[in-house]
Design a protein around this ligand. Structure first.
Ligand SMILES: [Zn+2]
Ligand SMILES: [Zn+2]
Ligand SMILES: [Zn+2]
Length: 561
């Protein structure tokens, strides 16, 4: 399959929301779909509300519905269909996606019914799978019906594209989610973009000159302080072999050696002792603490170079890209790549006389010194970073810098929890889901309760209870780091368009193009379609693997010859 070169970059990368009073001055890295509408995407429908993927139980529950009857009765029938509403020029109808998160039950009679129904529908399986392929195997694509017209050579509007000839009369558009738990194929593409965005700020490319590789750069890890002892796995494998007894009479001791996937890891030794409020408020204040850290770091760098704060601000800039990582204990860690630039010529020559070790020292000084007021505190309490602090110089363009970019990119598709339970805003602060450890449930409930208290209303904790108080995007960058996600998508779109036949190219150059789209729902209509789509997803993944290994082999041969 013909894919954009970057789509082979199946590099592993995570999101951050940045709302609220302390919002950072950063480029927002959004989750909008990746531009797979093809040539006719002149206008774009409003992004539909995200509906959580149903659980296997929900899919099993759908077996009570006779899907065959629904399907043979023609268009317009949808699972969970609700009356349509009008949003601007786009009419929207909501439907429940039928995408199960787990393996598709192949033996299920419903699957067979669904596939048979697909075979009998216009276009059959072949056209349907072609459509899924163009949506890159997305697990919950948006279904759009509509048409595109353009003013042709005669000066009259001419029809250029119409979905009525497509299977089910709709175009499938990839959901574009960044979350691995929502849609692995779209998350994989996002991870590739995140890698390209991070890497180009370290070693050039995507419009950034390669000389950026000469700028000093440091990978900085900032951790949250302790809010009480939790089960853990230390480098030597132990948890808490020794400890005291808490005021609730519990021994703060654990002699176990937890396995990596042990659910106990991250759980409080004594939930009554754990400072859940402190943990939530720290998450809520992380973005502001980071913002001040960058200011302090620039001053510290100036001081180490013998410059005044004013001179440092006038001459230098610290550009960065950072990701937030949720630890098992529900606290946020930050991993940031920080680069020293000359102000007003960020992508130009490297600032003279700045050794990366000096930059690392400045970052350490700032991280230790910085503090911010705890929101709503009446005692003057302040947030500080945890004592675990790490700075690593990233020097070698080919290995060190690429590895650092991949390291950051792997966090870009993660969320609050590993099951995707907390991928969406919660209608209330109670999250009863057996997959979610009790400790995380307590953090969510605490964020919700705190959000309702006086003095914390403006922090928006209820809005961010699903991220345990953390506000902001999982991946953010400063303005001058490199390119943007939007530009990467646009580049991919241009690449695709450039490979279209000439007659279609001509249509694109027409000056006035109008598009009308109707949102028909998201996800697939039957479990049979889900199964077919999953087959396409597997094929695409295999294709990428083969392409990647092929180019790796070719590179090896080049070296050997
Ligand atoms: Zn998707
Ligand atoms: Zn333990
Ligand atoms: Zn206790």
């Amino acid at each position: 399959m013909d894919t954009h070169p970057d789509e082979h970059a199946d590099t592993h990368v995570r999101e951050l929301p940045g709302q609220g009073p302390n919002r950072e001055k950063v480029d927002r890295l959004d989750d909008t779909p990746g531009g797979t509408l093809g040539p006719m995407s002149a206008t774009h429908p409003s992004t539909p509300a995200e509906t959580p993927a149903p659980t296997p139980d929900a899919v099993a529950g759908s077996s009570r519905i006779d899907l065959t009857k629904l399907l043979v009765s023609g268009k317009g029938h949808r699972l969970g269909h609700t009356p349509s509403a009008t949003v601007g020029a786009v009419r929207t109808t909501r439907s429940v996606t039928s995408t199960p998160p787990g393996p598709v039950p192949l033996a299920d009679g419903l699957v067979v019914d669904g596939i048979l129904a697909r075979l009998h529908r216009a276009g059959g399986v072949e056209e349907f799978t072609t459509q899924v392929r163009s949506a890159r195997g997305c697990r919950r694509p948006v279904r759009l019906a509509g048409r595109v017209t353009a003013i042709g050579p005669t000066g009259l509007p001419e029809l250029r594209f119409d979905t009525s000839s497509l299977p089910d009369g709709v175009l499938l558009k990839a959901c574009g989610s960044r979350r691995e738990t929502v849609c692995p194929p779209c998350a994989s593409l996002y991870r590739g973009d995140a890698f390209a965005l991070v890497a180009s700020g370290l070693r050039g490319g995507k419009g950034v000159p390669e000389s950026i590789g000469d700028h000093p750069a440091v990978l900085l890890t900032l951790t949250a302080p302790s809010f009480g002892p939790v089960h853990r796995r230390r480098p030597d494998g132990t948890c808490h072999p020794t400890g005291t007894r808490c005021r609730h009479g519990r021994a703060l001791v654990c002699g176990l050696r937890h396995a990596g996937l042990d659910r106990a890891v991250g759980q409080a030794l004594c939930p009554d002792c754990y400072d859940y409020e402190g943990a939530v408020l720290f998450n809520a204040g992380v973005s502001e603490l980071w913002r001040r850290t960058t200011i302090y770091a620039l001053r510290a760098l100036g001081s180490l170079l013998g410059l005044s704060s004013r001179q440092a601000c006038r001459l230098l800039r610290l550009s960065y890209v950072k990701v937030a990582e949720f630890q098992k204990r529900g606290s946020v860690h930050l991993h940031a790549l920080v680069r020293a630039d000359l102000r007003h010529d960020e992508h130009g020559p490297a600032p003279a006389d700045i050794d990366p070790t000096v930059l690392a020292s400045a970052l350490r000084i700032a991280a230790v010194k910085v503090s911010t007021p705890v929101p709503g505190s009446t005692t003057g309490a302040r947030h500080v970073w945890g004592t675990q602090l790490d700075t690593t110089i990233v020097a070698d363009a080919e290995n060190g810098r690429a590895r650092a970019a991949a390291y950051l990119a792997k966090y870009a598709t993660k969320g609050t929890d590993e099951f995707g339970v907390l991928d969406h805003r919660l209608p209330a602060g109670i999250c009863r889901d057996d997959r979610l450890p009790e400790h995380l449930q307590s953090l969510v409930a605490t964020a919700w309760d705190l959000g309702g208290t006086e003095g914390l209303a403006e922090v928006g904790l209820q809005r961010w209870s699903h991220t345990c108080g953390f506000r902001g995007h999982f991946l953010t960058k400063s303005r001058r780091w490199s390119t943007t996600f939007g530009e990467l998508r646009a580049e991919r779109q241009r690449w695709r368009l450039a490979r279209r036949p000439d007659d279609q190219q001509a249509g694109l150059e027409e000056s006035v193009v109008t598009a009308e789209w109707t949102f028909e729902g998201s996800g697939y209509l039957t479990v049979g379609d889900v199964c077919l789509a999953r087959t396409v997803e597997d094929q695409l993944r295999l294709g990428r693997f083969v392409a990647r290994e092929g180019s790796r082999l070719a590179d090896g041969n080049d070296v050997g010859s």
